[in-house]
Design a protein around this ligand. Structure first.
Ligand code: PLP
Length: 383
């Protein structure tokens, strides 16, 4: 199976497969005996590795979580905890992941003001889209660094530096789950108080993530009842998952440029092939847009993306119609609709997202994709 759905899940990298094969017995990392201390060492090494790949200062903190969903929920709850609901004013983008939007929605139902920013130009978000909506009443701003469905890269560093200058009281959070591994993610340059990442988006095990906390920021934990993770996230740690996250970060540090080159080459080749063979196709983002190097979102008028994904699956190619985290639910993508697509158009949009590996049979893969798409158009003509 060829994974062109890397934004949903990046296949386990070989270094982690080897690590799992050679894994020695581990204990509970809170235990004092040798088994416990072995587990503790794996976690602390992973913490350093995550810190290195994100260019953290020694006093910034990394708290391991169960994934970016939990990191995002923790960031929001921590920022808004204890405030009278009607005094809360939050700004975020309309294309955030549902784990941000639905968490904020629960505060909105209680009386908080949540402003969702939709860009004036659907091709690109500009800092002014956000800055014009922020004022002295704003408590919290959450902006994703890259969107999982379209690949949009948002100008988070510029937005945050301007907010910091004008409104230093605002707590700034960035969801970098989809950016890590595809574009540089430098915590210092982003200027966030809190930043969320996810292990399975860079080739580590599922069910692990991290929340990065700027030095001096006082986090209110979401999950309590234990002293694990610097007392900021209770519960026995997912030691093997965390260790795999550390390994994936170390590999990423080494191979970042190479991965990006592979992604970009494959994505560009597929785009060129579709452009040549499928004149009906509309690309969601233009070639000049700030976009993840691995993501291609394309609308095929008249073709249901769900049907296309099934047809490609039968050919051994995994792609996605809408966000994978929400696949199985029948709603059209909130991201595409926020960018101005109709419900029908959103349901005709398919996403290809590449891993950063060389694909020896790239030509055959792109041929198969365009052949399968063309079949849909030929069949509809003959009906
Ligand atoms: N944020 C973004 C932008 C994502 O793309 C995802 C998953 O697709 C998440 C958060 C949730 O990550 P996790 O699966 O680690 O909970």
């Amino acid at each position: 199976m060829i994974n062109l759905d890397a934004n949903a899940n990046y296949s386990l990298i070989q270094e982690i497969v080897e690590f799992l094969k050679e894994l020695k017995p581990i204990g509970n990392p809170s235990s004092v005996h040798a088994l416990g201390q072995h587990a503790r060492a794996l976690i602390e090494e992973a913490r350093l590795r995550v810190g290195r790949v994100l260019n953290l200062n020694p006093s910034d903190r990394v708290v391991f979580t169960s994934g970016a969903t939990e990191s995002n929920n923790t960031a929001i709850h921590s920022a808004l905890y204890g405030l009278p609901l009607t005094s809360i004013s939050v700004v975020t983008s309309s294309i955030e992941h549902p784990c941000v939007l639905e968490c904020l929605e629960s505060f909105r139902r209680g009386g908080a003001a949540i402003r969702l920013i939709t860009p004036k130009d659907p091709q690109r978000f500009s800092p002014s889209d956000f800055l014009s909506c922020i004022d002295a009443s704003t408590k919290f701003v959450s902006v994703m660094l890259a969107n999982n469905e379209t690949g949009h890269i948002l100008p988070v560093a510029q937005i945050f530096s301007e907010i910091r200058r004008l409104y230093p009281q605002v707590i700034l959070h960035c969801d970098a789950a989809q950016a890590l591994g595809k574009i540089p993610v430098d915590f210092q340059s982003i200027g966030a108080d809190l930043l969320s990442i996810s292990a399975h988006k860079i080739g580590a095990l599922c069910g692990v993530g991290a929340l990065v906390i700027r030095a001096g920021y006082s986090l209110t934990p979401l999950i309590v009842g234990g002293s694990q993770e610097l007392r900021l996230r209770a519960g026995t740690e997912n030691v093997i998952g965390i260790a795999s996250f550390g390994i994936a970060c170390a590999v990423l540090e080494r191979e970042f440029q190479q991965r990006v080159a592979h992604m970009q080459h494959a994505r560009d080749r597929l785009r060129a092939e579709i452009r040549a063979m499928v004149p009906e196709a509309h690309f969601t983002l233009s070639d000049s847009c700030a976009c993840l190097p691995n993501t291609l979102s394309v609308r095929l008028p008249g073709v249901r993306a769900d049907d296309l994904v099934i047809a490609l699956d039968l050919e051994g190619i995994a792609a996605s119609s809408g966000a994978a985290c929400s696949s199985g639910k029948q709603l059209p993508s909130h991201v595409l609709m926020a960018l101005g697509l109709s419900e029908d158009a959103a349901r005709q949009t398919v996403r290809f997202s590449f891993e950063g590996r060389a694909l020896a049979n790239l030509g055959a893969i792109t041929n198969t994709i365009t052949r399968v798409i063309r079949n849909f158009y030929e069949q509809s003509k003959s009906r």
